[in-house]
Design a protein around this ligand. Sequence first.
Ligand code: GLN
Length: 456
Amino acid sequence: DYLSRLRRAEPQLKSFLHVAGTEAMAAAEEVDKRVERGEEVGPLAGVVVAVKDNICTADMPSTGGSRILEGYRPAFDATAVRRMREAGAVVVGKTNLDEFGMGSTTEGSGFQVTANPWDVSRVPGGSSGGSAAAVSARQCVVSLGSDTGGSVRQPASFCGVVGMKPTYGRVSRYGLMAYASSLDVIGCFGTSVADTAILLSVISGYDRFDATSSKNVVPNYAEELVSLNYMEPNPLKGIKVGIIKETIGEGVDTEVASSIQAAASNLEQLGSVVSEVSMPSFSLGLPAYYILAASEASSNLSRYDGLRYGNQVAADELSDLYKESRANGFGPEVKMRILMGTYALSAGYYDAYYKRAQQVRTLVQKSFKDALDENDILISPAAPSAAYKMGEKTNDPLAMYAGDIMTVNVNLAGFPALVVPCGFVEGGNAGLPVGLQMIGSAFSEAKLLRVGHIFE
Ligand code: GLN
């Protein structure tokens, strides 16, 4: 059923870089057999999932959206994928993304442009645009994305689905193609908070293949959802919500800001106490993020040398082989990031850029910690606008970067954040969805999911 729906929507949406029809049918039949034999099956038994193509899968290509990895098949499954499969999931294919996760529209894929299911002339957001569009159009039940600076949350907002960015280290990064290792996390998409919670429990947990993965106990997030009784008149009683003042003022679409205000009053009606918090360092996060992300990327992407993986352009001299393979394989945005990062890290500029950005990161971390000492959760829009037209920002990288203002700080802090649909603005055929971002302190995923569940 999902495969036929997937194929029907695919010519318009182009969410997938690879559809694994045969493998998916075989995996589904295997689950059926296990059920028939009376064997135990996991919480994702038979559930159709899609995986962002920068997450390695042993039986399918994994390109990271880059021509430099065209035809590359990893020898292993990413830990998150392995855990999903062990829980019975049926992987239906690999989804489109901005090359190596660098972008906010999925227009930066080396292969194709994905459309927003709400209005196919608009972008689905990015970089996990394929995974968000696929869930939104019901081409799969849930999907995996990655979030370095908002790549799960902003596309969730643009496509009207739930998106979860876990705490840094909650989910193993083993098998996730590194973009900016100190910021990268694997996250999940679903049409409901409950589905997202089930998926998060499956993929979370310590992994000896990722030294930065956390040993904190993984709660059963789905069971946690019912610990608040939403039949009660004030289910959110005692929850303190801070609305980040800097995120609903200047530079934010007025309709988006009013959706967030309306969401805040809903939270209040559900019993929580809502107040405004000011975070003066909020806007500093964006330039700091782009320095740090580009710096880490310039180092991480040095592994694509034309020898180890993917495409190679033959040359007589080894140095020419490197140069030609990289010149040919990387797209323009990736090249720009490598140049920016190399510049920021070079002797003489290091103190002015990289070191300064690290200092801002510490400042941002502190201001989030302070705000979360006073509040259980912080709220903001997930993006300053709803989904915009394809091509609108492709020639203006700075305008595109500015769209990440709501999300990048959370990665700098390493905290978790959940995006849930909270309203619509004018546009498209039937309006365009707006997402509410809820931010919590480290390892507070269960709390975010509980509040999100009641809110939705
Ligand atoms: N849009 C941001 C960037 O291009 C975030 C991307 C991401 O989270 N992978 O860096």
